[in-house]
Write a protein of this length. Sequence first.
Length: 67
Amino acid sequence: MGAAKEALTRCWLQAVRTARLIIGVPDYDTYVEHMRLRHPERPVMSYAEFFDERMRARYRGGGGRCC
């Protein structure tokens, strides 16, 4: 029963991530993982800073990927 619950949890989390991407809500966890793997020398923004920066980039025509 534990393995089934873990699989269901993984599916649910992936569905939530997909839904957020579809409606344009940025994924903070993916950002943190990216920064720690690709840019360990740079500070990681807080969730509030990240969300604000992503919304500014989205609605002002700026932004994009860093790499």
